[in-house]
Design a protein around this ligand. Sequence first.
Ligand code: G3P
Ligand code: CA
Length: 267
Amino acid sequence: ADRPEAPERQDAPVVVAHRGASGYAPENTLAAVDAADALGIEWVENDVHRTRDGVLVVLHDNDLKRTTDAEQVYPDRAPWAVKDFTAAELAKLDAGSWFGERFAGARVPTLTQFLHRMERNRQKLLLEIKSPATYPGIERDIIRVLGRSGWLDRSHVRSRLVIQSFGADSVKTVHSLRPDITTGFLGTPAVADLPSYAAFTDQINPSYATIGADYVAAVQRLKGPHGKRLRVNTWTVNKAADAVKARDYGVDGIITNFPDVVRDATS
Ligand code: G3P
Ligand code: CA
């Protein structure tokens, strides 16, 4: 008798720890990098801003209120925008207590510190340029810091780094400054517009709420600037059932605060 066909098995998507394993440790801190590593997760996403004195730092919001104690430490510095503080001032802030007392004393890391910790853990970075319009020239600054830390060396620039942004111009700038860097555009461009994105980005990274299998396939039909098919990493998927759906849509990667949950559901 004919054997029933085995169900088609989708390759497990790459799991990316969103702001580190931010379901388990304060987002965008070294503790969140280590929490991802402890779960065996290689890929970490982060968000990069720039201080008043030009230092690149890792945190999500444009201001310090939600994830640090800036309002207590600097009560007269409203609206506590990152761009108005020096790196030395930021270094005094507690970026862990809001998440849990056991993380008291966690700092807002500089990008350099973040890279060193990831290097030590042998992890891979999906770096987001946040609010590029607020920080003219930040693409060049990021490339300089990555270069100094060895992250642009030929041996691994293509294997352990992706730079993404919601700002298409920022992604274009990165691509033109350093065509060897893998790039990602955050968003869900119309299918008709995808070919113009494929000129400068290797990945289209859309919100999970905006996609289905047809959209993922439409992206993956195109080739990016490095001659490979475009990849799709979707965000932010925290529930096992949604992770399974995203996998079944055919995404290449899933960005999540709970990387163990997503890995267990999709592998
Ligand atoms: O990596 C994608 C995701 O992080 C984009 O949204 O607001 O969490 O930076 P957000
Ligand atoms: Ca982000």
